[in-house]
Design a protein around this ligand. Structure first.
Ligand code: Z5A
Length: 224
């Protein structure tokens, strides 16, 4: 297992569809690099060759039927490889790791969204992540209608790889269950979560994210 001090460098960005976390993760990566920190930016599902293959299966709306249990195990298999092959080696080498979604997404989508028993998910999450937990999670929160509208606008703006996927086809009720699930997780772990209001313009949100990272990374004196 990675040393505790190095695991403190594991930061996740999460939230509902279209919340802007991917945009903000890229901005944060560039900002931290410019400040001289070694950074790995990665994403789930994906982040390793196996994960990318599983991602194709999971997100393709034309694919065969995938039930909730199989969906949970596919996300978890992708994570197991991602953690072993990509995240832990980067932490061991002293990098800061910024990860777009992690175990909280499984609790929010497969647990609160699909209704799978949360205890089972916690057990599988602990196994697939080798017990690795984010030291900091930035949760981008906004109404589901706003997030889905952004995702659809992007799909219609020439990003076929982002065309409406299996999750975007779910109804508003499903996405509200997921959003409320994230908010409940944040309430249960206030020391780890920072909630960012994701409704405003990207530059305002970027400013807030920088303040969060500034406090977490630099004021703790852990930048070396
Ligand atoms: N999933 C799961 O069920 N269980 C799991 O364990 C894991 C994942 C790990 C991953 O799909 C799906 O897998 C996800 C949950 C599920 N599905 N859903 N829903 P993905 O990786 O393809 O998609 P995503 O994770 O949902 O993220 P995304 O599509 O990349 O979107 P985003 O990160 O939330 O936002 P974005 O890409 O930064 O921005 C979206 C658009 O909005 C884009 O055109 C931006 O230019 C625009 N944008 C960004 N910020 C703003 C602001 N502030 N104002 C206006 N417009 C903005």
């Amino acid at each position: 297992m990675v040393q505790a001090e190095k695991a403190n460098r594991f930061i996740t960005f999460d939230g509902i569809e279209g919340c802007g976390k991917t945009t903000q993760l890229r901005l944060a990566e560039a900002w931290l690099r410019a400040r001289g920190l070694p950074v790995l930016a990665t994403a789930e599902p994906g982040g390793a060759a196996l994960g990318l293959k599983i991602r194709e299966i999971l997100l393709n709306r034309n694919s065969f039927r995938i039930g909730p249990e199989a969906e949970l195990l596919l996300f978890s298999a992708a994570r197991a490889q991602h953690v072993a092959e990509t995240i832990l080696p980067a932490l061991q080498s002293g990098s800061w790791v910024l990860c777009d979604r992690f175990t909280d997404a499984t609790v929010a989508y497969q647990g609160f969204g699909r209704g799978i028993d949360l205890q089972i998910i916690q057990t599988i999450n602990a196994f697939s992540s080798q017990g690795l937990k984010p030291a900091l999670t930035v949760l981008f929160d906004l109404p589901v209608e706003t997030g889905l509208a952004r995702a659809r606008k992007r799909a219609s703006n020439g990003h076929p790889e982002k065309a409406e996927d299996r999750f975007e086809q779910e109804d508003i009720h499903f996405h509200n269950l997921v959003r409320n699930g994230y908010l409940r997780l944040a309430k249960e772990s206030p020391g780890r979560f920072r909630i960012v209001d994701a409704v405003g313009p990207p530059d305002e949100i970027e400013h807030e994210v920088r303040q969060i990272l500034e406090t977490f990374i630099f004021r703790k004196g852990e930048s070396q």
